[in-house]
Design a protein around this ligand. Structure first.
Ligand SMILES: C[S@@+](CC[C@H](N)C(=O)[O-])C[C@H]1O[C@@H](n2cnc3c(N)ncnc32)[C@H](O)[C@@H]1O
Length: 248
């Protein structure tokens, strides 16, 4: 299948309509293409977020965390499940269809902290400065037209001392694993997408989007550029996933 990446001008609308289309089957497909491992990576990211907040979790003050590009709410639900009733988690996404799935997941069960879902752009967050104890984005940064702006917005809305975390695809290394991963990502993932979602195009965009996404070392530089400090990069799954965190 021939594929052309959207231009910068087209990207926002392109990504938006793609997630509106695939929202219903997103979670199932996500499990299939990551062999369920996204759950382990997210659990690790949540642990880092909750153990290193602005107040290290020792204060009696209610805590408030932000999940940017929350999608169907997977990560926000995990964070909320580890917090108290007085705490709060906000999930933000620009796809109403993805948020509809998140809302349906929270309609019938409670998850510790209270949750709210906001429709909005990650590059123009509708929150005051210093509103959150920490902010996280998972598999979302790659989709933004302006990555620096997305990171700068997360930094802006997090209180001094809080963490900004990014979990996204990395660059697998090694003479065996790297080509194997490339084959899986470029051939098997679009095939799975065409079977489970009847949407080969969306799951062809996924590997293609890596070609314009910075390498992990450059993501570290972007963290520095927006003023984050104490930056760490943790390669996961043989480097195919990269977890970055930095402090405000
Ligand atoms: C690959 S999904 C990740 C969802 C979730 N964080 C997860 O890890 O399962 C990317 C999400 O980013 C959202 N997104 C992309 N660009 C966005 C933007 N500019 N503002 C807000 N959300 C955006 C999409 O709608 C989609 O739900």
């Amino acid at each position: 299948m021939s594929f052309t990446l959207p231009t910068n001008e087209e990207k926002y609308q392109y990504v938006h309509s793609q997630f509106e289309r695939i929202a219903r089957g997103y979670d199932l497909t996500n499990d299939a293409i990551s062999f369920g491992m996204h759950r382990l990576w997210k659990a690790k990211a949540v642990k880092i977020l909750l153990n290193s907040g602005a107040d290290q979790g020792n204060s009696q003050e209610p805590r408030h965390f932000l999940d940017v590009c929350c999608g169907t709410g997977d990560l926000a639900l995990r964070i909320a499940s580890s917090l108290d009733k007085s705490d709060k988690v906000t999930g933000l996404d620009f796809s109403n269809q993805m948020l509809e799935v998140a809302r349906a997941r929270t309609a019938t069960a409670s998850f510790g902290a209270s949750l709210d879902w906001i429709e909005g752009d990650a590059q123009n967050l509708p929150f005051e400065d210093d509103s959150f104890d920490g902010a996280i984005i998972s598999f979302g940064l790659r989709n933004l037209t302006n990555i620096n702006l997305g990171l700068a917005e997360m930094r802006r809305v997090v209180k001094p001392g809080g963490l900004v975390i990014n979990l996204d695809l990395g660059r697998p290394r090694g003479p065996v694993f790297a080509p194997l991963f490339s084959f899986f990502f470029n051939s098997v993932v679009p095939f799975i997408g065409s079977i489970l979602q009847q949407d080969r195009k969306a799951y062809t965009y996924l590997p293609q989007s890596m070609s314009t996404y910075p390498e992990p070392e450059q993501i570290t530089e972007r963290f520095e550029l927006v003023g984050l400090t104490d930056i760490r990069h943790l390669p996961l799954a043989g480097g195919s996933v990269a977890l970055h965190h930095g402090r405000v």
